[in-house]
Design a protein around this ligand. Structure first.
Ligand SMILES: [Mg+2]
Length: 358
């Protein structure tokens, strides 16, 4: 029997080709903790815990401490092929720390897939290696957004995600500028990142509807904890509303379903802490006629490979939200996924197909 013998962490700071700007921050690097799990046969699996202070409250230092401490203790000596047992041990080892748990969970899946000689999508039950993604436009004024929107559609992206919620008075004008720039056939979705009050959300979304701007969906219009507010908005607009920061794990999704608080859910490994919980979230949403997407934090090709594998295996009702690694100036890894226009292309190789650091 092969046992897990080593769990290591390494900080990475990956330069971006374009600054990533949101209402909350401007960054020119993706900062993350790379996790490697090795078994007694020398097979190494990769995972990552991204820096997400503003979303989940988790930090690189906290992720390192969690992985090196309780999570390493929980998996060291366990059977590398018993993925169900090892991942359960990770999930139950600590409260919170979803990013750290997600990183170890993914690394264990990568080990198991490599041991079986199959890609991660195949381990999860699919042979699909291509997943379409949207692309986020960095925050800016209307003219800058229109210019970037034209550039991204020329690069092949068919769905643009705009960050709104910073200024309810001008949000509609910026969306209109982007629609003008790209014409009627490009998908436009909005992410308010909790930036509106429920009344502001209804006012802005209704204005967008009145202008006929063809917004596909609006993500997280109000504060994460305000499920009543989220339900109030969802009941008053025609545009589909997607829960992101309101849904980490299964209990959160059950609460959203009970209140009919959203029409769709964005599933992310750094929120739900693992691939099997991610799959269950997607199944649960589907069973209640909710729409689904798989997304990510600002992560590199390791975390994105795992998220894209989940999307490939389970499918999503709308185009996935998996552009984060596209922002990297170059991949810091040998092997792993690549982007072909708006498509994430997963390698036809064991596990995540990561062969080492570039
Ligand atoms: Mg979001």
């Amino acid at each position: 029997m092969s046992r897990i013998v080593e769990v290591t962490t390494e900080r990475m700071s990956v330069p971006l080709h374009t600054p990533f700007v949101t209402a909350l921050r401007r960054t020119e690097t993706t900062d993350t903790v790379l996790v490697r799990v090795t078994d007694s046969d020398g097979v190494t699996g990769w995972g990552e815990a991204p820096q997400v202070w503003q979303v989940t409250g988790e930090s690189l230092a906290g992720a390192e401490a969690c992985v090196a401490g309780p999570l390493a203790a929980a998996v060291t000596g366990t059977d590398a092929d018993d993925l169900a047992a090892t991942c359960r041990a990770v999930a139950g080892a600590v409260a919170g720390n979803h990013g750290a748990k997600g990183a170890v969970d993914v690394a264990l899946h990568d080990v198991a897939a490599r041991r079986r000689g199959v890609s991660l999508p195949v381990l999860l039950g699919s042979t699909t290696l291509r997943v379409a993604t949207d692309v986020t436009l960095a925050a800016g004024d209307a003219d800058a957004l229109a210019e970037t929107a034209r550039t991204r559609t020329a690069e092949g992206f068919g769905v643009l995600k705009l960050k709104v919620g910073t200024d309810a008075a001008t949000d509609a004008a910026r969306v209109a500028a982007v629609r003008d720039a790209v014409g009627p056939d490009v998908g436009i979705r909005l992410d308010a990142n909790q930036g509106w009050t429920p009344r502001e959300a209804v006012r802005v979304i209704s204005a967008l509807e009145d202008k006929g701007l063809g917004v596909e969906l609006v993500e997280q219009p109000v504060a994460a904890a305000d499920l009543d507010g989220l339900a109030w908005v969802t009941a008053r607009v025609d545009t589909p509303v997607m829960a992101d920061e309101s849904v980490y794990g299964l209990r959160d999704l059950v609460a959203v379903i009970h209140r009919r608080a959203a029409d769709l859910v964005n599933v992310k490994l750094a929120k739900c802490g693992g691939l099997s919980t991610g799959r269950t979230l997607l199944d649960l949403a589907r069973a209640h006629e909710m729409g689904t997407a798989v997304g990510s934090m600002m992560e590199t090709h390791v975390g994105l490979g795992a998220a894209a594998s989940l999307a490939a295996a389970c499918g999503t009702s709308v185009v996935a939200d998996l552009d984060a690694a596209w922002w990297a100036r170059e991949s810091p890894y040998l092997g792993g996924l690549r982007y072909d226009g708006a498509t994430v292309v997963l390698p036809d190789a064991p596990g995540l197909g990561i062969e080492g650091l570039a």
